[in-house]
Design a protein around this ligand. Structure first.
Ligand code: ZN
Length: 569
């Protein structure tokens, strides 16, 4: 093909995509404008990638060998010869993919990176595999911490300890008798506290449980485990001072790690004012390696709402996302609120955090103000309540393509699936949980697991289910996610809810096209298409030719965002 013909074709496709963006409030604006020919001077690309096995995820041109990028966006996609033709010596960088598989950058549409990054900088990682090792790590930190000051552990996982039991108050007392200690579960909904911490907060074995939380007891004694809002009594005693520089560095650390796993965009679900600042600081310092759709909650949401800001404001690097609420407990910590009880605990249906009235109220306010809404709802009973509110809002104040989200949406049934489809709601079930948290699913049982993290059911109902790690609770690695969704088999080799298996190509779409849709950005990202953002990954092996049980080990050789390499193995 002649150079001008080829470019013209690419530019036309790019323009079509730019103008076709579904959501008026996040229209990219530049999508069409930066396609070929509009930059005044040279049309020579900044970067070309050739000799690849490019899986574009774009139905109009599903596979290609090569593509060119200019001004941060794909300029043209096609054969190696055609793309080489566009290059100008001295101006165009060339990457020879050497026959390796290339995909659009992966998108994690539900995650908590800024908190994870800060933890990594400041607190004690307790993802250590045994009570003894956790005790040693806490004791070591105690040596370096003035008595009376808090020691905070993170990434604790109660089912991954070699002793075969959970961490207790006594374990922490032994490790650090002079310090108040909390070891937070990686799920984010429970923590284990020591006696010093309980004494500070004035909590004893006789203290009643609040309606939205629990102090766990055994034989009349506090075990140390505290769930949900019962933890609020400790909050005012934990005076950890964090500087803006530390927050910025936390963002830099975690986004680098996520880039190395092949992620080019992340949705942070629940962003504070401090985290917004941290993202902007990291970006200004040139240390933000991925794009962020930042969902505010609480005070930062109220302030944005009062300022007239709504979902979609920002740019292709940092954008205001949906407002985030949390309506029930956790899947991995077995506190989500369901219509049927947990296995072995006939009276335990989980913990509800928002009442139906509260959900109605918040949905009404946000929906009428033009916001997209994302509500954390794991259990089927909670999902019903959220759908009640979305249906009511849509009925009373109809809005086109409001695309409200249900974060996690873990346990479903046919009625829920129908309602989600009819409303155009986006579910975001955990994408690595079947694999990583398999040791927890016994408490739900096989029957429920056929309806949990129901990727197959969503797709069969025509629902564009999107990718979600929920890091720190879940690992964010997209390669592990592919393995988890395709095999539904845990790290010990046990299968969970096999009826929910999806194909590799379906799983790839969940992590690219569908995840882009969850932020109204399908016109900007999710496929390798002329006009879209130049975000892509090169993998060390083609997942299509990899044993599904080994997908998690496929190497990410290079991650590129907007034409700039942010990770190279
Ligand atoms: Zn979350």
């Amino acid at each position: 093909m002649k150079r001008s013909e080829f470019l013209g074709k690419g530019a036309a496709v790019g323009a079509a995509f730019g103008l076709g963006m579904a959501a008026e409030h996040v229209r990219g604006g530049g999508a069409a404008g930066t396609a070929a020919g509009s930059t005044g001077g040279s049309t020579a690309p900044d970067l070309i990638v050739v000799n690849g096995r490019v899986y574009t995820q774009d139905d109009a041109l599903p596979s290609a060998e090569a593509f060119a990028i200019k001004d941060g966006r794909f300029l043209a996609v096609g054969s190696t010869d055609d793309v080489r033709n566009l290059a100008a010596p001295g101006r165009t960088q060339q990457i020879d993919a050497g026959g390796m598989a290339v995909f659009p950058g992966f998108i994690d549409a539900h995650s908590h990176p800024s908190g994870a990054g800060l933890n990594a900088l400041m607190n004690v990682n307790t993802n250590l595999g045994s009570v003894a090792r956790i005790q040693a790590a806490i004791a070591e930190r105690a040596q370096k911490t003035p008595p009376g000051e808090w020691i905070i552990g993170y990434m604790y996982d109660d089912t991954k300890l070699s002793e075969g039991r959970a961490l207790t108050r006594n374990d922490l007392d032994e490790a650090a008798p002079e310090h108040p200690v909390v070891v937070g579960h990686r799920g984010g909904h429970t923590g284990v506290y020591n006696s010093r911490a309980f004494a500070l907060a004035g909590v004893t074995a006789q203290t009643p449980d609040p309606h939205d939380g629990m102090f766990y007891r055994e034989n009349g004694e506090l075990t140390g485990k505290v769930a949900e809002r019962a933890r609020d009594v400790f909050a005012r005693f934990i005076n950890t001072e964090v500087t803006p520089e530390q927050r910025r560095d936390g963002v830099a650390v975690i986004t680098r790690e996520m880039s190395a796993a092949g992620l080019t965009s992340v949705h942070e679900t629940g962003v504070s004012a401090e985290a917004y600042r941290a993202y902007q600081d990291a970006r200004a310092a040139g240390e933000l390696s991925m794009r962020v759709y930042a969902l505010p909650r609480g005070a930062s949401y109220e302030a944005l709402l009062a300022s007239g800001v709504r979902t979609g404001m920002g740019d292709e690097w940092l954008r205001i996302g949906a407002v985030k609420f949390t309506a029930d407990g956790s899947a991995s910590e077995r506190t989500m609120y369901m219509s049927t009880p947990y296995v072995g605990r006939p009276d335990d249906f989980g913990i509800l955090i928002m009442s139906q009235e509260e959900i109605h109220e918040e949905v009404e306010r946000a929906h009428r103000a033009g916001w997209q809404i994302g509500i954390h709802a794991n259990g089927d009973s909670t999902i019903d309540m959220v759908l009640n509110a979305y249906e009511r809002a849509q009925r009373m104040w109809p809005r086109e393509d409001s695309r409200h989200r249900i974060e996690h949406c873990s346990l479903v049934n046919p009625a829920i699936l129908g309602r989600i489809r009819d409303l155009g709601v986006i579910p975001l079930p955990f994408y690595t949980y079947a694999y990583y948290h398999g040791d927890k699913w016994e408490e739900y049982g096989d029957e429920k697991m056929q309806w949990m993290f129901a990727h197959r059911s969503f797709l069969d109902h025509g629902i564009p289910v999107a990718a979600a790690s929920d890091h720190s609770p879940g690992p964010y690695e997209p390669m592990m996610a592919l393995q988890s969704m395709v095999t539904r088999t845990d790290f010990r080799g046990r299968a969970w809810g096999e009826s929910q298996k999806i194909t590799l190509d379906e799983a790839l779409r969940v992590c690219t096209v569908n995840a882009a849709r969850a932020s109204f950005e399908e016109g900007l990202k999710g496929t390798i298409t002329a006009g879209k953002l130049g975000d892509f990954v090169i993998l060390g092996a083609d997942p299509h030719e990899t044993d599904p049980m080994a997908l998690k080990d496929v190497a990410v050789v290079r991650t590129v965002v907007g034409g700039r390499t942010v990770h190279e193995a």
